[in-house]
Structures are given as structure tokens and as C-alpha cells.
Design a protein around this ligand. Structure first.
Ligand code: FEO
Length: 167
């Protein structure tokens, strides 16, 4: 059965949103590299790769349903920041926007009777809880570190040790 048109448009928008998040995290990685914080840069690169994977999960769902993928334009992401804390606060705001969008998709899927999309969206709802929690933890750590460069470097090393999903 073809996808409901509203659902298809929302899923295509979600692909673009995930790819925009990937783009944005890559810009953040670039900024951390420019600040000689390689651990945070690596964390952001990994996050960027995860967001691309998220986009591909929605891409595959649309393709598996026999529908056409339609990608939107990617805006130039913010590339200059005042501090590591500002970067992670920007990341947290981005994750909250993604969570709201996934929740809207879930509501739409139920309203339109698109029950086949529910398992995929349920996976994303859990994933967003983890994503927000991990970014929120870094924001808290950076707030506590304040202007202490030693603590910033320790945190950089700690974040550089991040493992990818399933590792
Ligand atoms: Fe794919 Fe971080 O939301």
C-alpha cells in the first residue's frame, strides 16, 4: 500500500533534517579542530556519521515502501562558536528539535493509520532519549569546568575515547 502523502512528505523532511544535523555536527568538528580540541572534534565527527545513518534509515523506509525520496536543501551550518559550551548547547537545542520532529511523525503515523512506520519511529524515540542525555551530560560537565583549561583538556580526552554504536 502506498504511503499516505502527508506521511511521505514528513518522512522526506525528516531525512533532510537528519542530514542537516550531520552537516551541522561536521561543522562543529571543524571548529573543535581549529581550537586544538581533537577529542571533541572526533566526538562530533562520530555524531555526524550517526546522523547520516539516521537519515539513511528513513531513506530506506521510504524506498522499501516503493515511494520516491525527495531531499531538501541543506543550509550552511553555524561554523563559528564562542566556546566549547556554546557548541554543545547548540547541539542540545538541535537534538531537542529532532526529538519534537520525531514525536510529530509518531503522532502523524497514528492519526493516518501508518502503523508500519511505528517500529521505526519507536526506535528513534528511544534513540533521542539517549542522544539528548549524552549531550546534556557534556553541557553539564562544561558548565562545571567553567574557565578551567585543565578540566577542558581532560574532558576533551574523555570525549575522544567515545566508541561508535555497537562497539
Ligand atoms: Fe538523528 Fe541526533 O538525531
Amino acid at each position: 500500500m502506498p504511503l499516505n502523502k502527508k506521511m511521505l512528505a514528513a518522512l522526506n523532511d525528516q531525512i533532510t533534517m537528519e542530514l542537516s544535523a550531520s552537516h551541522s555536527y561536521l561543522a562543529m568538528a571543524g571548529w573543535f579542530e581549529s581550537q586544538n580540541l581533537p577529542g571533541m572534534a572526533a566526538w562530533m565527527q562520530m555524531q555526524s556519521a550517526e546522523e547520516r545513518e539516521h537519515g539513511l534509515k528513513f531513506f530506506e523506509f521510504v524506498v522499501d515502501r516503493g515511494e520516491e525520496v525527495s531531499l531538501g536543501a541543506l543550509a550552511a551550518p553555524q561554523a563559528v562558536f564562542g566556546s566549547a559550551l556554546e557548541v554543545f548547547e547548540t547541539s542540545l537545542a538541535q537534538e531537542k528539535a529532532v526529538t519534537a520532529s520525531i514525536n510529530n511523525l509518531y503522532t502523524l503515523a497514528n492519526a493516518e493509520g501508518e502503523y508500519e512506520a511505528i517500529p521505526l519511529l519507536t526506535w528513534f524515540i528511544s534513540e533521542q532519549v539517549e542522544e539528548e542525555a549524552s549531550v546534556d551530560q557534556v553541557v553539564e560537565d562544561l558548565r562545571r569546568a567553567g574557565n578551567d583549561q585543565q578540566l577542558l583538556l581532560m574532558l576533551d580526552r574523555e570525549l575522544g575515547a567515545r566508541k561508535g554504536e555497537g562497539e
